[in-house]
Design a protein. Structure first.
Length: 397
């Protein structure tokens, strides 16, 4: 484990000044130094906590969470991150708010933000909606501060939208960095981001898009694999291709899961819905066409069922580098014979990688906390050092 001073030295060499008072929407909107700063602060915060040093930098304040989709890991990761820094969390339940009575986004955003320091939003269900909604909220609170309504502008953190899942992708990347002993060891490593069969439909595209949009920045050979008809946003594919060219890695696409897995160092088999179907679902919901939604669900389940052979099996894992590729998943996985009859991954494969998978998930609270930390404090290295010097125990023994 590095010392805190090693993390502070790394921070001093990075340019991330534009993150101060900023928001976090998409990873590819951030510079390489800014991405590295998030990883470094996340590791530094974890270093302090593991040494029983309190990282409470707020004595009061709120973190507001708004989840428009179900969540376990991200919901608790956001709450843990806020708590780690000393903030309390209040969930905005739109069903219990005045949104149903016509309250505007601008009004809601300001009303919840009088003493809020961060707003975390998950809005991943509808193509063309989630990310734009987050920007609307961020713009509303920025205007609220400018008009003297709010004493501070809450930082907005994207907890998953229709385009990207930055906290997940960055937690995954930090896990990879630790597993392979540093960023410098990733160049030339093959990562397979592949579709996998699920007996459910409508899973967001933001995880595979987040993975290809981030992992291509580190010189790796990233392969996106899916059956025909399960394409992701072409704009995100373009980002991945540009990243790969800049980093000296590569980005390729294939309709063969076997090809993607062959000699891979890292595999990430995960189901997602076809882009065209998600667009159609958004239109149907917008029109209130519930009969159309039910018909689309049947259509997509039948389409998925044509590709049950797209699964992370023992046989497929054996074709990876040394038969021991790092298996990753954002969880929960559809486990064959456990959570479903036929799913994304064999039970024996999942069980063998259970501890690394849980370790992968454990990075997310620190990633979120780092995003908040860098947005709220102009001199994070100085503050981290002060926390260490003060040495307030997190748990009194």
């Amino acid at each position: 484990m590095n010392t805190l001073q090693q993390y502070l030295d790394k921070l001093q060499a990075l340019n991330f000044k534009d993150m101060y008072n900023g928001d976090f929407f998409l990873t590819w909107e951030k510079s390489d130094d800014e991405i590295e700063a998030v990883f470094t602060v996340a590791d530094a915060l974890r270093n302090l906590r593991e040494r029983n040093i309190s990282t409470k930098v707020f004595d009061s304040g709120l973190g507001i969470s708004l989840f428009r989709d179900n969540s376990t890991r991200t919901r608790f990761s956001f709450a843990s991150a806020c708590n780690l820094l000393g903030l309390e969390v209040q969930d905005l339940d739109e069903g219990k708010s005045q949104v149903a009575h016509g309250e505007t986004v601008r009004e809601t955003a300001n009303m919840i933000s009088f003493m809020a320091d961060v707003i975390g939003i998950r809005d991943d269900m509808y193509i063309g909606k989630g990310n734009s909604y987050m920007h609307e909220v961020a713009d509303a609170v920025a205007q609220g501060q400018q008009d003297g309504i709010l004493e501070q502008k809450p930082t907005l953190v994207n907890l998953q939208c229709d385009i990207d899942h930055p906290t997940q992708a960055m937690a995954d990347m930090l896990h990879i960095i630790h597993e392979f002993g540093g960023v410098e060891n990733l160049k030339g490593k093959k990562l397979a981001m592949t579709w996998a069969y699920s007996p459910s439909y409508g899973k967001p595209l933001s995880v595979p898009q987040g993975i290809i949009g981030l992992m291509t920045r580190f010189g790796m050979d990233v392969v996106l694999a899916h059956p025909q008809g399960y394409e992701v946003f072409p704009e995100v594919e373009a980002v991945a291709a540009q990243n790969a060219q800049k980093s000296g890695g590569s980005f390729q696409k294939t309709n063969s899961m076997a090809e993607a897995f062959r000699d891979a160092d890292i595999v990430y088999p995960k189901s997602w819905a076809p882009f065209a179907a998600m667009e159609k679902r958004t239109q149907l919901y917008g029109n209130g066409d519930m009969d159309g939604i039910q018909a689309l669900e049947k259509e997509l389940l039948a389409q998925n069922a044509e590709h049950k052979d797209w699964a992370c099996t023992e046989a497929l894992i054996s074709t990876t580098k040394g038969g021991k590729a790092l298996y990753m998943h954002c969880l929960p996985a559809d486990i064959t014979g456990v959570s479903c009859k036929t799913g994304e991954v064999d039970a024996s494969v999942f069980d063998r990688y259970r501890n690394p998978l849980y370790k992968e998930a454990s990075f997310k609270p620190y990633i979120i906390a780092a995003m908040i930390f860098l947005a709220k404090f102009e001199h994070p290295a100085k503050l981290l050092k002060q926390l260490e010097d003060k040495g307030t125990p997190r748990v009194f023994r």
